[in-house]
Ligand binder design. Sequence first.
Ligand code: G4P
Length: 290
Amino acid sequence: MVIQWYPGHMAKAKREVTEQLKKVDVVFELVDARIPFSSRNPMIDEVIQQKPRVVIFNKKDMANLKEMEKWYAFFRDKGAYPVAVDAKHGKGLKNVEAAAIEATREKFEREKAKGLKPRAIRAMIVGIPNVGKSTLINKLANRAIAQTGNKPGVTKQQQWIKVGKSLQLLDTPGILWPKFEDQLIGKKLSLTGAIKDSIVHLDEVAIYGLEFLIEHDYEALLAHFKIDVPRDAEMLTWFDAIGRKRGLLQRGNEVDYEAVIEALIYDIRNAKIGTYCFDLYSEWQAETDA
Ligand code: G4P
């Protein structure tokens, strides 16, 4: 999905989502499990405030489970309930309802004490583009409801979908903007396909991805491309090796670097080499401590 964000646009999206939140008991904040920090809207805490929150790590099929679990602590500290799903293949969906029940337990106990009748928990999904909001809604509803390519904010015509025994979900998600400002976050968003390629330099994205793999999964990188390159080789040596092995050449038998960049990004983005979390909890912690 391609969305252009302007300041007025962002303010409107924030206003609309804030308005919709009044209708629900719990918010499902959807993040990409490969970048649980970088795929958050920068103002999300301000938008959600004290509302009970389930943080859904989507695309867990492409993420590193151990690293993901470290991020759970980060969200638990905020009083949120983290769960991981793979919306595309319908994995882990039951955990969503269970977490919603946990997150709203106190609220419903208060209602019960006041003599209010039991009712379904109302929830809505909020997240940046391409984290899988529509895919998750459709899977939870068990049919095609949400369309990809919605406008930012919240689309007007809305209905509640019944999910499991105790949940009602708004059929349209709240769409908020990602963190554009930070260069490194921009590269991570591009590498995972969350933002449109044209707003970042793809060569920098490919180099970032390659450096990450050299540091964290060197052997798998060599095996994947069937190359043999020393760990400390220049970037150009890596690009040449990949290009020649894959036959990505142009006139004069020169390596076609654009094709190499594309191949690298494609393979990392689609977890062809391995499953990773590009947001490292230890790095975030060190930065915060500093
Ligand atoms: P959005 O509403 O938040 O904008 O995201 P959307 O559901 O449109 O999903 C964006 C892309 O992410 C889609 O891929 C979708 O299939 C994929 N996706 C969503 N959830 C998961 C998941 O848990 N695992 C994996 N591996 N992929 C997921 P696409 O390439 O745009 O479409 P398609 O090729 O799947 O049709």
